[in-house]
Design a protein around this ligand. Structure first.
Ligand code: SF4
Length: 399
């Protein structure tokens, strides 16, 4: 498994903005000196990367130490941004090499939050939806198949909704926890191992897609799975860690070979000289690029819960909801509780935004006072929209 976040000891000023936002208290160091990460605690959510303001400015003349750092971080030479002390390990260089290699077949998936964050890196309005431009850019970069994580977000919903209903009906382990956020899963494994059985058995959408690329996708393409390079684009630094977990090899090799953050994709597009703002919108490839609106809302807090409840309702009642928007589970801060009638079942749910807010819910479960069935936790403050791999807003504010 990879440590996907690091703090450069030469660049860190010891300001501790990172340790202030770390939800698990993994960053510390002597007063006034560079801080470092305790990897026994770190969940790789990358919030430290988002807030770090200690950087080495880009200079137009070649600087040997800077070039060495770029290589070390897996970034492309054309990256003009400053290099920050808190940073994630990059895969942009390896993806670029794969795209230039005619012997491999590149298949790419993009998470829901990427198409909402990407615009910001091209000076467009914050939050502008650029899904069509993103698809065209991926094709211009040279990806052989442009698929979509939303396809497997839909699969996750079907699996997770079914698993929840089965656990409720069969007196299974409750409450069930969502399992699509790798930072949350790592947190449960290392800090609350007695609650591991509460985690849904579903893989995350990223990992489901990766496994499908090298199995079903290879069959559809009549391609040798060994030739496939499976790439994901995520708003998330913890997804790099998730892809490197040794058990994520259902296809016989790593299901996801390389993970780009939203920032890294933006840099690849700039490196290739693509005029992103003026691209015509494109459509993902069939069939692993098809999706519904349920998969689309995975990127926000409460989205996984809402989508799973819609599915659970239909599975139990045999009818679709009159109003598919279960807005009382949507929110962007702290903890929200809701009760939803699903046929004869009264389902109580909790949605937690930000890993730091999970403590009281875990406490209720451990002291036996929890009366809820389903808990969604997304480690980042507003879910994946505010993930550690999204455009670094601070960068613009610093200039
Ligand atoms: Fe990654 Fe989303 Fe979890 Fe943040 S909330 S760690 S972006 S999966």
């Amino acid at each position: 498994m990879q440590y996907t976040i690091e703090i450069d000891q030469e660049l860190c000023t010891g300001c501790r903005r990172c340790s202030d936002v770390c939800p698990v208290g993994a960053i510390d160091g002597p007063e006034g000196m560079a801080v470092d990460i305790n990897y026994d605690k770190c969940c790789f959510c990358g919030q430290c990367v988002q807030v770090c303001s200690a950087y080495q400015e880009y200079k137009s003349e070649t600087s040997a130490p800077r070039e060495a750092k770029l290589t070390d971080r897996g970034l492309l030479e054309s990256v003009k941004e400053p290099l920050f002390a808190a940073h994630n390990m990059g895969h942009a260089k390896k993806v670029w090499e794969a795209l230039k290699n005619p012997a491999v077949v590149t298949m790419v998936q993009c998470a829901p939050a990427v198409r909402v964050g990407l615009a910001e890196d091209f000076g467009m309005d914050s939050g502008e939806l650029v899904d069509g431009k993103m698809v065209t850019a991926l094709r211009k970069l040279g990806f052989n198949r442009v698929y979509d994580t939303n396809f497997t977000a839909d699969l996750t919903i079907m699996e997770e909704g079914s698993e929840l209903i089965k656990r409720i009906q069969d007196n299974g382990v409750l409450p069930m926890f969502t399992s699509c956020c790798p930072a949350w899963v790592k947190f449960v494994e290392q800090e609350h191992y007695d609650l591991q059985a509460n985690l849904s058995t579903c893989k995350s959408p990223q990992q489901m897609a990766g496994a499908l690329f090298k199995t079903y996708g290879a069959q559809v393409d009549k391609t040798d799975p060994k030739k496939i390079v499976s790439v994901s684009v995520m708003p998330c630094t913890a997804k790099k860690f998730e892809a490197s977990r040794p058990e994520m090899t259902a296809s016989g090799s790593p299901d996801v070979d390389l993970v780009l953050t939203t920032r890294e994709l933006a840099n690849l597009i700039k490196h290739a000289g693509i005029d992103f703002r003026n691209l015509e919108p494109g459509q993902p490839d069939s069939v692993l690029g098809a999706y519904t609106g349920a998969g689309h809302i995975f990127g926000v807090t409460g989205g996984v819960m809402e989508a799973a409840l819609r599915t659970g309702y239909e599975l139990i009642t045999g009818k679709a909801l009159d109003d598919i928007n279960i807005v009382n589970v949507r929110h962007s801060e702290g903890i929200k509780r809701a009760t939803i009638q699903v046929g004869d079942l009264t389902v109580k749910v909790v949605v937690v935004a930000g890993l730091a807010n999970a403590a009281p819910i875990l406490e209720e479960i451990k002291n036996g006072t929890a009366d809820f069935h389903f808990v969604e936790v997304m480690a980042c403050p507003q879910g994946c929209i505010s993930g550690g791999g999204q455009p670094k807003v601070l960068l613009e504010n610093k200039r």
